[in-house]
Design a binder for this molecule. Structure first.
Ligand SMILES: NC(=O)c1ccc[n+]([C@@H]2O[C@H](COP(=O)([O-])OP(=O)(O)OC[C@H]3O[C@@H](n4cnc5c(N)ncnc54)[C@H](OP(=O)(O)O)[C@@H]3O)[C@@H](O)[C@H]2O)c1
Length: 316
């Protein structure tokens, strides 16, 4: 017969069906080499987090190819993981739509195997979903609104959301709006425009694509708070204000004009003027009231971050 000491040597203790996690404090970041993963790992630190990478190695990272490897191989070495943040994905909407079978293999099939494996090891999944789960007709979506994706990437996210809701007792699903940073060269929304503005490129910008971008530091803070507060369910991680893409460019330009003359030509257009494979949803703005109420997080505002981006650029 097993003694209590024997049981306690394991990761969890089961008393009348209630699984109590013991000494499990680490967070596995699946896709630690992603844009968001790198910031999350930095915020958590190497004592608390274990990141994985595929093609782009990172310090203290573990190699993991979700298409050819079994996550159990990795978990065998790690007996202290309480949560796993699932960031890995084909994040390119065009390649996802171009070869649906190929992107389904990564974004659906491999993620289902990962979720099953996490369940087996009693690890809570934190699935990183997107505002593209919505059809963009209503806008200002809350967690209560029904999903209805119209592009492949969004359909894949919904399939995993539903799979997790069906198979996991405990889970966190976070739906990010477009995530932006403030470091020049980071390849995000405003810093990309900054490069175009400084090289006097023509910028075609949609007046009818509406969303609620969120600052990268708020994303990492929100994920950590949701884990530390032992939250469960779906949370929108977005700014709380809806903007058109053109409004956002104007905010950046306003700060730039205060420092320098601008020769960039801005061409006002519709999102449907771009030759995307699939028609994009128009208004996928989300509300983050549930997140704010639950975690008391104070979100950065876009005007302040745009001011900082321009200030840092001219400081160099
Ligand atoms: N960024 C946003 O604005 C945004 C908005 C909404 C939702 N999201 C979601 O948030 C998550 C992270 O987004 P991101 O923009 O930070 O991602 P990203 O920079 O495009 O990184 C994608 C990640 O997937 C990994 N990966 C690709 N193929 C893999 C494979 N076969 N096996 C294991 N790992 C593989 C990559 O590893 P290597 O680089 O090492 O190859 C990388 O870590 C994604 O799920 C995305 O859908 C992001």
């Amino acid at each position: 017969m097993k003694t209590l000491t024997d049981l306690c040597k394991k990761d969890s203790l089961n008393i009348e069906g209630t699984v109590i996690k013991m000494n499990k404090t680490k967070i596995l970041i699946l896709g630690g080499s992603s844009y968001i993963g790198r910031y999350l790992f930095n915020a958590l630190g190497k004592d608390r987090a274990i990141p994985t990478y595929y093609k782009n190695p990172i310090n203290n990272g573990i190699y993991f190819d979700s298409l050819s490897m079994d996550l159990a191989q990795i978990l065998k070495e790690l007996n202290s993981v309480s949560h796993a943040v699932i960031l890995l994905n084909d994040t390119n909407f065009e390649t996802s739509a171009q070869n649906i079978e190929k992107s389904n293999a990564l974004n659906i099939d491999s993620l289902k195997l990962i979720v099953n494996c996490l369940n087996h090891h009693n690890i809570t999944p934190i699935f990183c979903s997107s505002d593209y789960v919505f059809d963009g007709i209503k806008g200002n979506y809350t967690e209560e609104d029904p999903v209805n994706p119209i592009i492949t990437y969004g359909k894949q996210k919904v399939e995993i959301e539903k799979f997790i809701q069906k198979t996991c007792d405990k889970y966190i699903i976070v739906r990010f709006s477009k995530v932006y940073g403030s470091e020049e060269g980071d390849g995000t929304l405003f810093t990309n425009w900054l490069e175009e503005i400084t090289s006097n490129k023509k910028i075609s910008c949609a007046y009818d694509q509406i969303f609620s971008p969120v600052y990268i530091d708020d994303v990492t803070t929100a994920i950590i708070e949701l884990i530390d507060n032992d939250c469960n369910g779906i949370f929108h991680i977005s700014g709380n204000v809806a903007f058109s893409r053109l409004d956002l460019l104007e905010i950046l330009l306003k700060h730039f004009r205060g420092k320098s003359q601008i020769k960039t030509e801005v061409v006002r257009c519709s999102i449907h003027d771009f030759p995307f494979i699939e028609k994009r949803p128009l208004n996928i703005s989300m509300k983050s009231d549930k997140l704010i109420k639950t975690t008391k997080i104070q979100l950065h505002d876009i005007n302040t971050i745009c001011k900082k981006i321009v200030f840092d650029h001219f400081k160099k």
